[in-house]
Design a protein around this ligand. Structure first.
Ligand code: THG
Length: 365
């Protein structure tokens, strides 16, 4: 296995020291920042995540702070999702699109007040787009990347662990809502959210200098819970159908192509509206779907694998891995919408050869 050379361009995080002490064995790069991808093995990490609790360094989910009198106006321009009913303690999954309706990012928006939001971004340079829109539209708003780093606590014992450090009130936080909780004199947003379907929280660590103290407090409190360091797990996220921007979709896809059409519901004059109205009428070009790939465990999916139907290319597999729980290869792909049907047999061209596969209507949770 070839290593990636480290440098200041590949930003460390406030938790990197803890991640390294915990024995990280593979990093990914996300927003030019280190993202732990594996500790023991993908399978062992996945098994542990489903049974216990993990602390994830997801500082690479960088925040864009949108603050000022025109903050709500700018947010409404940036997403086809209706934000008008968003509460001051709420988070929303918000596709963001360009003027052609192409996906630029699929972040989580965090609302503080009508004049202050965070955009918790996936892996694309969204800060530049948001600054550009704000400047181009002459909006009275400041757009910047604050020193805020999410730390996720995921798994069935996440409530117990976070309650031990922050108090039992965290148990009352509802899905995609947050409370502000005190740690070392700092008020931290703690949301019930995270990039797994095992449940848990995301703690938005405001000020990197307290990052390792919080890391250590969580590990000290969770020894008997078998708390471990982890990260977004490839197996669990594919089983769960959680999308990865840059892998599963790009600016070549609309939210409809990605199965995110339910989030296109804004009445505001958002950027890309005309294009999305048109593609809604015409019907999506692509359909994101689950696949089962038959045969031996597949190799790492680090390039798109053609999906063939009767020898003709109809799309590509974008993420794939072997699932020990299901004892099959699980995958995410994009196929031409008019060729999609659940249960249809196809072939997939991996770098290790051609495999039989089947399109599915649902993911595995
Ligand atoms: N948490 C935070 N920021 C993030 C991510 C995160 N930024 C990058 C990346 N992840 C953004 N992508 C996603 C994708 C899926 C979800 C969240 C962020 C997600 N989806 C739920 C689901 O599909 O079931 C819920 C969606 C909903 O119904 O609102 O959680 O993980 N802070």
């Amino acid at each position: 296995m070839v290593a990636i050379a480290r440098s200041n361009r590949l930003r460390r995080t406030p938790f990197s020291q803890g991640v390294e002490e915990a024995g990280v064995s593979a990093y990914s790069i996300y927003n030019r920042m280190l993202l732990p991808a594996m500790f023991e093995s993908l399978a062992a990490d996945c098994e542990h995540l489903k049974q216990h609790v993990q602390v994830w360094d997801v500082a690479c989910e960088r925040q864009i702070s949108v603050k000022g009198p025109d903050a709500a106006k700018l947010m409404a321009l940036l997403t086809p999702r209706d934000l008008s009913k968003m509460a001051d303690d709420q988070c929303y999954y918000v596709p963001m699109v360009d003027q052609n309706g192409g996906m630029l990012n699929d972040p989580v928006a965090v609302k503080h007040r009508d004049d202050h939001y965070w955009i918790s971004i996936a892996d694309s340079d969204l800060l530049l787009w948001v600054k550009g829109v704000a400047a181009g539209m002459g909006l009275n708003v400041s757009v910047e990347e604050p020193d805020v780093s999410p730390l996720a606590v995921q798994g069935p014992k996440a409530d117990e662990l976070v309650a031990r450090v922050f108090g039992d009130v965290v148990r009352d936080i509802r899905f995609f809502r947050y409370k502000r909780m005190e740690f070392q004199g700092r008020d931290l947003v703690i949301a019930r959210s995270g990039y797994s379907k095992q449940g848990g929280f995301e703690i938005y660590v405001d000020g990197g200098n307290i990052g390792m103290d919080l890391w250590q407090a969580l590990f000290a409190a969770g020894q008997d819970l078998d708390v471990r360091a982890g990260g977004p797990n490839l197996i669990e996220r594919i089983e769960s159908g959680l999308l990865s921007y840059g892998n599963d979709m790009t600016a070549a896809h609309t939210p409809f192509d990605c199965g995110l059409g339910k989030f296109v519901n804004s009445d505001a004059d958002y950027i890309g509206r005309a294009a999305l109205e048109k593609s809604r009428t015409k019907g999506a070009k692509w359909q994101l779907c689950a696949l089962e790939i038959f045969g031996d465990p597949v190799p790492t999916c680090d390039r798109h694998w053609a999906i063939l139907m009767n020898g003709e290319r109809i799309g590509q597999v974008t993420s794939a891995t072997y699932s020990p729980d299901h004892k099959i290869n699980v995958a995410i792909g994009m196929v031409q919408a008019d060729r999609f049907a659940a249960g249809v047999d196809v072939e997939v061209e991996t770098q290790a050869g051609r495999c039989d596969a089947r399109l599915r209507a649902e993911f595995w949770t």
